[in-house]
Design a protein around this ligand. Sequence first.
Ligand code: SF4
Ligand code: SF4
Length: 270
Amino acid sequence: MEKGVCFTGIPSAEELAKAPGVPARSEMNKGPVAVIECVQEIPCNPCEAACPSGAITVGSDITKLPVLDAEKCIGCGNCLAHCPGLAITLVNVNYSETEAAVSFPFEYLPLPKVGDEVNAVNRGGEAVCKGNVLSVRMPQSYKQTCIVTIAIPKKYVEDVRSMELPIKRALPEPAAKKEIDKSSLICRCEELTQADIEKAIEEGATTLDGVKKHSRAGMGLCQGKSCERLVARIIAEKTGQKVENLLPATHRPPVRPIRLKVVDDDADIE
Ligand code: SF4
Ligand code: SF4
């Protein structure tokens, strides 16, 4: 299977190596620092405004990846709870002689308690090692998301990014299948609803490229980064195909609008 966040939901090593929000290990060794594992160019930037020290820059083109200036990061952790993608952790490599501390957003109940021993997990949710809960806090600036900090053996600091639920909960009974609201927005850039995507499929489109050509889903500013997985699920449901067998749609540059002045110096409008 192809690797990368578009295919598995988990950023690959290559994507992380290129992400401008991930500090070099030499920067991590200096003290607590944000690790921004944001690898998709989607329209999003709350991390930038959440940083009190100007360490994060997205800029006016909000589809750009956040850039971290590790020198400016004071390790406050503000950006963690403000990221809707839960893509940011705070890493303190030198928490103690043998342990590192990793802080991450945690949006499940029950919350752990300080002193609990938990299973620390990697980006894919697989248990990596044991961790001890050092703190559990609700940031004043964003009270909906809890920030948990755990201590783990230093050697796992590159892998651990969250923890398992403190207790296993019984899975709820499967809910009766809900009627899907056909007016739900699927492609935000082109303002296409569930009904629009289904119509494209009913008219014969059975692939992501086919739906794109019929409806323009994925042709907008984000180039399908927000809607592609949703469209794939709708195609799979309506045609009986497996999501993992659907090929990604072709991306065709230029992918962003440019000002007329760029192509014509004499253009009267910007
Ligand atoms: S941890 Fe604090 S200082 Fe560092 S990038 Fe996040 S908000 Fe900015
Ligand atoms: S808030 Fe999170 S998802 Fe949005 S740009 Fe910043 S790091 Fe990426």
